[in-house]
Structures are given as C-alpha cells and as structure tokens.
Ligand binder design. Sequence first.
Ligand SMILES: [Mg+2]
Length: 271
Amino acid sequence: MTMQNFKYRAAVFSTVILLLCMGMDGRVAMKERPASVYEHTTLALVWFQTSAECRALYYQAFNTARLILDNDLRSQSNRKKRAIVFDIDDTILDDSPHSVMLLKANKLFPYRYDEWIEAAKEEALPGALEFAQYAASRGVAIFYISNRTTKMLKATVRNLKTAGFPQAEESHVLLMGDDGSKEDRRKSVAANHEIVLLLGDNLNDLSNVFENKSVAGRFAESDKLREEFGSRFIVLPNPVYGAWESAVYDNKSNLSEDEKDAKRKSVLRSY
Ligand SMILES: [Mg+2]
C-alpha cells in the first residue's frame, strides 16, 4: 500500500466515523440534555392539574376535615376557642401554575416567584373554600401558616380575600420570618386556642418532628403518628415538590441538577 493510498483510506475511515456520530440532520451527537431542569416534574404536574383523582383527593381531605370538626363541635369539653390551621400553597390555594411556568422557562425556583405572589391570582383548591367558610360559620378561628416570606403578607391577604377565604386578615396570616420551622407559629396559635385540625401538603405543616429527616426518618415519624392522620392531621397531595424531595437529596441544598437526578434514580426500588 502506497503512502497516498494509506492517506486516502484513513480519510475515508475518519469520515465514516464522523458520519456515524452525526444524526440524520447532520448535528454531531451530544450527551442528551433534558429540555428543562424541571423536566422530571412534568407527569406530576399533569396529574395535579388534570386528574380527577387529584381533585377527588382534595374533596376527600376536606370532607374528612368536616367530619372531624363536626365531631369535635358535638363534644362539650370546656376549653379554649377552637382553631384550624391551614398551610396555603397547594393546600388551599393552587400554586401549580408557577411550577408549570418554571418547567417551561427552564428556570429554578424562586424565579419570578415574587411577581406571581404579588399578582395574587392563585385559585382555591377543590373543597377548601367551602370547608374554611363552614368552619368559620361555626365560630372556629382560622389561621393561615405559610412559608411565604413576611414581605409577601399584603399580597397573601389580598389573594386569600379575593379567593373568598374567611378571616383573611394580617393577624390570621403567619408567614416566615427568620425561622423556616412553623413550630413557633403553631405554638403562638395554641397559646390562646385549641387547635382542632392542621392541614398541609407537607408534613412539616403538621409537626416539627418531620423536619430535616431522612426518607427513613420521615417514614418512622409518620408511623409513630399514624393515629393523627385523619383525626388531627389532614394531608393534601403534592407530587411536585416538598420536604419529601429534599429528603431524597439528603436535605442538601447545594447538589447539582445531575446529582439530584442521580439521587432520584438511586432511591427507586425494583425487584
Ligand atoms: Mg404547601
């Protein structure tokens, strides 16, 4: 084989290799990237926004809450004024349009969150309004404990009022200052009230025992408190985000998107 022949064969070989690496449209194949950092939330958001099952779970939760309240109202125990504590986002108001915007925009939370809260456009979730209005009509104090930040107080009150929620006034809306735990805010309500029910889409809305726990730790605490669910605690469905997701990431806030993806896959069980 002459040198010229060798060079010709080498050129043909490398061209074939290059073509094999290219798609039909001529682009060089690269490591496939998801369309959005929140691509993994797509199905959960579709479920949350379109499944009648999700809608039914909200009705089920608030119907159960009413049964518990009615049962409590029949009891004649001499005690402090009754109160009910609601979380806000994805418990009584629908925050999912903001999550969908993040998915589409390929931006991480809290991108444009201030603007979304300021718009005060969140709508009541199924059954939430009727239950809150019923409880208020029976003389129960309503408190809204949310980890929206205190600078969002006026917009939050405005949104609750627009949606029709009772007792939507600043003294009944307890937002997050320096402390992400809701425990002190719950205690401040309990100082003058008997809390009949707590409702939330995150177990941290119900008790501080779940805070910063591992997946196994959260399981263990929920097993210990199993009698409270459907009696003093009401949980709403949130498959999109929450403390459950943080637990999968070992409660670390500094993981890369690739590391989070690997963690999500590593916790799944097969057979
Ligand atoms: Mg929530």
